[in-house]
Write a protein of this length. Sequence first.
Length: 338
Amino acid sequence: MKKSRWLGFAILLAIAAISFAALFPHHQPLAVSGAYAVRTERYTYMDDQRTEPYTNSSEFRQINVTFWYPQNESDGEIFPLVIFSHGGLGSENSNESLYRELASHGYVVCSIGHPHHALWTKSKDGHLTFVSLEYFGELQREDAHADKEQSYRYYQKWMNIRTADINFVVDTLLTKAAEGTSGVYTLIDGTKIGVMGHSLGGSAALAIPRQREDIDAVIALESPFLYDIVGVENGEFIWLDEEYPVPVLNIYSDSSWSHLAEWPQYARNASLLTNAPATAISLYLPGRGHFSLTDLSLASPLLTRILDSGRPARDSVEYLREVNQTCLEFFDRYLKNQ
């Protein structure tokens, strides 16, 4: 979420347009280790309570989602639900290896493609929605060191959009599951729900247990607690003074670990390193950077190396396997063993 990262990303997008094949060689997600075969489906839901915030039209917001779920051979078996929110310029398949791994161990994973926040997202009828230039400009201008008031306004805007998407999707899935809608919905255990995300998506995931009481656990892949910033006073962020309500796992790479105390928007993350309940886990996985927490390290090792600022110390496959295994163990503990 550093300004320089987004500027670099913009430059690299231009390069990608010229040399897509070199930057994005063909790749496969990691092989799964669970007992279930994995299936996938895509849907598009319309939220008729909201209009699109990044267009001038009055069209309702349409949310694209992709499911990865166990191929179930036993009638009536249900599984915990995990919702994923991608990073600031990500996509709904950004962590496909993680989704597949979770699904193979008995989870229904629903990844959201946030319209105009995703680099691109495709509806079930094939319509492509690309990132909003307005939003892209916001990412470029945001600088919590230079202008906390402006950063706070952006955080509120982004969190309102993202959390509304997540809440709408969760409510939609729970309603369809309760109504007995056929397909993937019959596999959802609405009493066991986890939320997770990467970067800005992780910030949105961290917000959801503040807004609803049916969330059991959260995982944030290198994400600040942006929703917990409730104002600015005397040039400093004001933080929500409430204990975090559910078990949470915060995972950090080399990109942020040594900067948590320096970056103003990460002050709550830094405080959890020394003063945290047993259910708030902060885990540093060294040897790779921010984008190596996603499948970008498989899709484009070159782009990942540039974005993560140099040659990594660890193999990308080994690193992703550790990330995925850590997430699986955490959700197993709090979504299956409670």
